[in-house]
Design a protein around this ligand. Structure first.
Ligand code: FPP
Length: 246
């Protein structure tokens, strides 16, 4: 089925490494937080575009475990910005039946931001949803895997799990992303071509899309370009072209 925007095959789960806020601001001789503020606008616009296109899961890398090393005023500015964003966009999330979800170490967030985040999450869950917007906050994929491994090891140690029961499904179920399908398409903005510790296990068969566009300039058109690129690809999942025809 082709969407209204003429896209033949829409990915079920799109994940985005939102990069380039700082450079966007620097080009204008503005401070970095202004870049993040404009980036928050892109979050709103891209979420809407994803919903309209029929994407069921949108996951955004908003704050990595490494981002804690940034200057303190940028870190606190980002948390304030997130809190304001959730406050302002809550009604829209509810009206559009978008569920808010988080992956990462939420316990590391400032209490005020965390409480607000969980409040909005709960309200969107109670409201019912057609789409899930997941924000990766204080998230790092290696850390996620180490955490999962510890939990699994504890279960084996306590006797509630046998080592023979450890398989790919069980590992997936112990990650922050438990319950979410693997991403079909991962987008990275700003011209950087690396994965930066994002969804390493989950991206085994994801398609990647890299663009030079800085995140604050990444809007509906740019998002639809990425979906079109995805629609034109053949996903083989390790099979041959001939096998896919069967
Ligand atoms: C990367 O750009 C971006 C971030 C570390 C933060 C992402 C935050 C937002 C998009 C805004 C708020 C988020 C939400 C969900 C409302 P960078 O600062 O690393 O850019 P640079 O590489 O050009 O310096």
């Amino acid at each position: 089925m082709t969407t209204q925007q003429g896209i033949a095959r829409v990915p079920r789960h799109v994940a985005i490494i939102m990069d380039g806020n700082g450079r966007w601001a620097k080009k204008r001789m503005w401070n970095r937080l202004r870049g993040h503020r404009e980036g928050a606008e892109s979050v709103d616009i891209v979420t809407e575009a994803a919903r309209m296109a029929g994407v069921e899961y949108l996951t955004l890398y908003a704050f990595s475990t490494e981002n804690w090393n940034r200057p303190a005023d940028e870190v606190s500015g980002l948390w304030d910005l997130l809190g304001d964003f959730l406050e302002k966009k809550k009604a829209k999330l509810l009206n559009n039946r978008i569920r808010l979800h988080f992956i990462g170490h939420m316990e590391h967030l400032p209490e005020k931001t965390r409480e607000k985040a969980f409040r909005v999450k709960r309200e969107t869950e109670e409201n019912g949803w057609d789409m899930t917007l997941t924000l990766a906050l204080s998230y790092g994929s290696r850390d996620e895997l180490a955490y999962a491994l510890r939990t699994v090891a504890e279960k084996v140690k306590s006797g509630s799990l046998r080592t023979e029961e450890i398989n790919e499904t069980l590992i997936s179920e112990h990650l922050f992303t438990a319950g979410l399908p693997d991403p079909d398409l991962i987008i990275r903005t700003s011209g950087e071509v690396r994965v930066s510790n994002f969804l390493l296990w989950q991206s085994a068969y994801a398609e990647y899309y890299f663009t030079e566009v800085l995140w604050p300039d990444f809007r509906e058109k740019e998002f639809l370009d990425a979906l079109r690129s995805y629609a034109g690809r053949t996903r083989r999942f390790g099979k041959t072209d001939e096998q896919l025809k069967d």
